[in-house]
Design a protein around this ligand. Structure first.
Ligand SMILES: *Cc1c(COP(=O)(O)O)cnc(C)c1O
Ligand SMILES: [Zn+2]
Length: 404
């Protein structure tokens, strides 16, 4: 007997959880996981994602759970970030601390445990990099083959290296992420033995909800939660998690989600701000490769998350993203470019008068600084030893300075 079921997000048709297909047979809508919510929502004796087993996957037997201790990430505050954004009480929740360096691990521990439970032959995903790194690691731990479709150009070498090293089979696809994603959907429509690990997989969303749970446990009065937005899985997940906590009576006040896209990849912003009536895909272009997505698959679910939390969708430029990254990096915290969008968005909302200096804000830092080192132009700040010595009035004994 299972306490959870799958439900079509569009037409409402219900399915048991013993299903590999992630789209509805009747209307092709995407499915979401539903639980019978009870009184308790976490196990105080457990930390990390599985602390919340009761409201993410109550019926999975423990022997199927593939976990690397994901979640329980830290919150950081820093004067530089407060000054730059204009918010005194802003903290950054660092998802780069997860085992493979991004929040994707929270979703992957659920989805790969489910893959194991369903007895699939192989996992597969399309990726801008972090999904493949995470999918490869978790699949290998589970002893399941993994395949990843990666766009030929513009993928960070560090992320690709992870996927290769963790043992995934890399399939390189000409074209961008959106084209890889649609080709992948066409392939698995006919081959359901290949279990999809993109955020179209409803279990990914369940795992990623736990970011919201941890934020609420730490800071139940938070006013705004900001995050970068690409395929919109995480925006969906944070909203779903918050609405479930509200339904259970854990919170009264629901924090507002701030979903931040890069200007060059902002179809969701165009929709939300009324520039377009439907989601109109764009050809994505931004330095922030993790959100370089022009046709986000989860937009319908994400729109519900924004609406039900009275949220805000916005777009920031690449230069705003990189300026935010320099502030976060030089504060000693560090992140990959896409992550910095969540902080850049807050500064912009303060400028626009929508966020107050005294509001409480948590910005989700989605990925680790080492995920994309090509975006850091370190050489610009190099100083020759000789000019350092002369400018700071230091001296070094000649005998040492001339040693070969
Ligand atoms: C995947 C990812 C995103 C985008 O998340 P979506 O759920 O696709 O909107 C943002 N930042 C990083 C570092 C990511 O890996
Ligand atoms: Zn349907």
């Amino acid at each position: 007997m299972s306490e959870s079921f799958l439900k079509c997000f569009r037409c409402g048709k219900e399915y048991t959880i013993n299903r590999k297909k992630y789209r509805c047979d009747s209307c092709n809508g995407i499915l979401e996981v539903r639980h019978k919510l009870g009184e308790t929502w976490f196990d105080p004796g457990i930390s990390g994602v599985w602390r919340y087993k009761k409201i993410i996957h109550p019926s999975v037997p423990d022997e199927f759970i593939i976990s690397r201790g994901e979640g329980s990430t830290h919150h950081y505050t820093h004067r530089k970030v407060s000054e730059w954004t204009g918010v005194d009480n802003i903290s950054m929740k660092h998802e780069g601390e997860n085992p493979t360096g991004s929040f994707k691990d929270r979703g992957m521990t659920l989805a790969v445990s489910e893959a194991l439970r369903l007895g699939v032959r192989a996992t597969i995903c399309a990726s801008t990099g972090n999904t493949s790194a995470s999918a490869a690691s978790y699949s290998s731990i589970a002893g399941i083959d993994s395949y990843v479709l990666i766009p030929k150009k513009n993928v960070s070498r560090a992320k690709l290296a992870q996927a290769i090293a963790y043992g995934a089979k890399i399939i390189s696809v000409s074209g961008d992420f959106d084209s890889a994603m649609s080709q992948l959907e066409a392939i698995i429509e006919k081959n359901h033995e290949y279990y999809l690990l993109n955020s179209l997989n409803p279990w990914r969303i369940e795992g990623q909800k736990t970011i919201a749970f941890e934020i609420i446990e730490k800071n139940p009065d938070v006013d705004f939660i900001s995050l970068p937005a690409g395929n919109l899985g995480n925006t969906t997940a944070i909203g779903k998690g918050l609405m479930e906590l509200k339904e259970m009576g854990v919170i009264d006040k629901v924090p507002r989600i701030v979903s931040v896209q890069a200007e060059g990849a902002s179809p969701f912003y165009n929709l939300w701000s009324g520039k377009t009536e439907n989601l109109v895909p764009v050809r994505a272009n931004t330095i922030a490769s993790a959100i370089r997505i022009g046709n986000p698959v989860n937009w319908e679910k994400a729109l519900k998350s924004i609406r039900s939390t009275n949220g805000i969708v916005m777009a920031v430029s690449d230069s705003e993203i990189m300026e935010a990254k320099r502030v976060i990096d030089s504060a000693g915290i560090g992140c990959e470019p896409a992550s910095a969008a969540s902080v850049a968005g807050i500064r912009k909302l303060v400028d626009e008068g929508l966020i107050d200096r005294t509001d409480s804000v948590v910005s989700i830092i989605t990925g680790h600084i080492l995920k994309d080192i090509d975006s850091i132009s370190a050489m610009d700040s190099d100083i020759e030893l000789s000019s350092f010595l002369s400018s700071s009035g230091l001296e070094i004994p000649l005998s040492v300075a001339h040693r070969p």
